[in-house]
Design a protein around this ligand. Structure first.
Ligand code: HEM
Length: 554
């Protein structure tokens, strides 16, 4: 036991590996002797517990090696309680502490990669790492879900999904998105109007309503319209938006690993089962509709079904021995997917997009409300490009969106300044020599962070520096050339599948909203503070108030 005490008394954060090995050996052997000497059950329990605590600490030291991190681990749970209410400042301090730092929560050893180059290295190391999400994710998304595929199987599956996000596909989704925006903007206005009535005497820039919740709903509604078209009712969309909160809560980075009744993970599982069922029923409806002559694909599900039908016809011709001319071969030859497989995949789209787009949209509205000169430039650009069609729902086509250069810059700057996804957890598949002197152990969690890369003074030093919100850096400066720093959507084999769609969708929203509405932000002392809830949000939940404006007259 002497070695154990030595180790416990040590204040150094780095304990020599030989000492740790010897100590673990001592725990394993000396410990049974100690049990035998104990006379009472209580004594045995205390001894077992003490040995377990020591073992837990030693394992931590062994995995930690030279990494920056707490010298001591709270027995078993580590900083679990702290991570239940994660503080952005704590994460930031961690990133600043070194390119690689660590913590251990329960049995999980977590390594955080904070710098641009370290983060990029992890994103691009599929031989050693795979996306991890959290333990409970396999239960919610189902273990057979494509997002858990690895290596070649993942690449192949993903190729089959590319056809759902081509330019032509994005163009087809635009009318549906505009329909949803028109309807929800009106609702934003009504909510604001009611609040103004009850807060009479309070100016539009004061009071207001916490809008983060409504923004989550609108983003869920627009995603659902893009993913499953009109196959879901308004009430169902609302249900999904409400349920989705439980799913996010269940999938937080740190949560109790076992699904116990009435816990967050339990509610999350119930919600995800319901959503999976709804999407499967949408797939069945799409299958029927797309078989009708002249049916047009309006959503991702329709396009997927059409691609399967085309592939089927093509494969039948081949099977009959026909020589099919190259131009008649479908761009993406797909196998047949069941309704439930389609549902699981669409669920991953919702899962990947819902929090990130809600976060982006919240910051976007806050940042632009606080900077009227930027909003003015967005409006001028919109009016120049759209002319008489400015502000009309349904009028904007993909060619128009592509011409909104300044609007795009505002979106890109929002995503840089407040990146929705600040960390992307990966799992180490086999011992990974991350640096010449440190090897991440198999089974540990390795988390590249995007923040420092996107706030790198070397890359974004102009226009007031990285902590200044300056869309002009994308139009007049050299931000576009700093592709290596642009980690908003990750990089490597798992980079975001929906990134073009996400940017275009946010552009569309800003364009239409700014044409038809003014919005006023009631700034509070917490507006600039960052709440971490899977992604990031303004701490005060964003007090906004919407008033109508006449696009034609402006
Ligand atoms: C502002 C909005 C969004 C942000 C910031 C964002 C960010 C990210 C990030 C950081 C990753 C991990 C990349 C990596 O591991 O290298 C990711 C993956 C993914 N995203 Fe997004 N995303 C957004 C919107 C969307 C949307 C709208 C969709 C779908 C329509 C989507 C679908 C996906 C999928 C399917 C993956 C996993 C890809 C794979 O494992 O191969 N995302 N996203």
């Amino acid at each position: 036991m002497a070695a154990v005490m030595d180790a416990l008394n040590s204040t150094s954060s780095i304990v020599p590996a030989s000492t740790i090995e010897a100590t673990i050996e001592a725990v394993n052997t000396g410990f049974l002797g100690t049990i035998a000497e104990s006379t009472s059950t209580f004594g045995i329990i205390v001894t077992l517990l003490a040995a377990a605590v020591v073992y837990d600490q030693l394992s931590y030291w062994r995995q930690k090696g030279e990494l920056v991190g707490p010298a001591w681990k709270i027995p078993f749970i580590g900083p679990f309680l702290e991570s239940v209410w994660p503080k952005f400042e704590k994460y930031h301090a961690k990133w600043m502490s070194g390119p690689l730092s660590c913590v251990s929560v329960f049995h999980k050893f977590v390594i955080i990669a904070s710098t641009r180059d370290m983060a990029r290295q992890i994103f691009n190391a599929p031989a050693y790492v795979k996306p991890c999400v959290v333990d409970v994710a396999t239960k919610l998304l189902r273990p057979e879900n494509w997002v858990f595929l690895d290596g070649k199987a993942h690449v192949e599956y993903r190729k089959g999904l590319n056809g759902l996000f081509t330019r032509q596909a994005l163009a087809a989704y635009l009318p549906g998105q505009q329909e949803v925006y028109e309807e929800y903007f009106e609702a934003f206005h009504d909510v604001s109007e009611k609040a103004r009535e009850s807060q009479s005497g309070v100016g539009p820039d004061k009071g207001g309503v916490k809008f983060v919740y409504y923004l989550r709903e609108i983003m869920c509604a627009v995603s659902c319209r893009t993913f499953v078209g009109h196959y879901m009712s308004h009430a169902q969309v609302k249900e999904v938006a409400d349920d989705y909160y439980n799913i996010t809560a269940a999938l937080e980075l740190v949560n109790f690993p076992i699904i116990l009744p009435f816990t967050k993970t339990w509610y999350g599982k119930k919600a995800s089962d319901k959503v999976l069922e709804m999407f499967a029923s949408c797939a069945a409806k799409s299958r029927i509709r797309m078989k009708q002559p002249g049916a047009k694909a309006e959503c991702i599900m329709d396009r997927w079904i059409v691609q399967m039908m085309e592939s089927d016809r093509y494969l039948e011709r081949i099977a009959r021995g026909e020589t099919v001319p190259a131009e008649e071969k479908p761009q993406h030859v797909l196998r047949q997917f069941t309704d439930f497989e389609i549902s699981m995949t669409i669920f991953t789209f919702l899962f990947a997009s819902q929090d990130a787009t809600s976060s982006a949209c919240s910051w976007l509205l806050q940042l632009t409300a606080d900077r009227p000169e930027i909003l003015q430039k967005v409006r001028e650009e919109g009016k120049n490009i759209m002319g008489d069609r400015y502000g009309k729902y349904g009028a904007i086509k993909i060619d128009d969106v592509e011409k909104l250069v300044y609007t795009r810059a505002v979106i890109k700057e929002t995503l840089r300044y407040r990146p929705p996804v600040i960390m992307v957890p990966y799992m180490v598949k086999k011992d990974y020599p991350v640096t010449p002197t440190y090897t991440a152990p198999k089974g540990s969690m390795l988390i590249p962070s995007t923040w420092l890369s996107l706030h790198d003074p070397e890359a974004y030093g102009t226009f007031g520096g990285p902590d200044e919100f300056a869309p002009e850096r994308w139009t007049e400066g050299d931000a576009e050339d700093k592709g290596k720093n642009w980690l908003v959507f990750g990089t490597g084999p798992h980079y975001c599948l929906g990134q073009q769609y996400a940017v275009m969708n946010l552009m569309l929203m800003l364009h239409l909203l700014s044409a038809n509405y003014d919005w006023h932000h009631h700034i509070t002392p917490q507006s600039e503070e960052i709440r971490v809830f899977a992604t990031i949000f303004p701490m005060d939940d964003l007090f906004l108030s919407f008033t109508k404006r006449d696009a034609a007259a402006a």
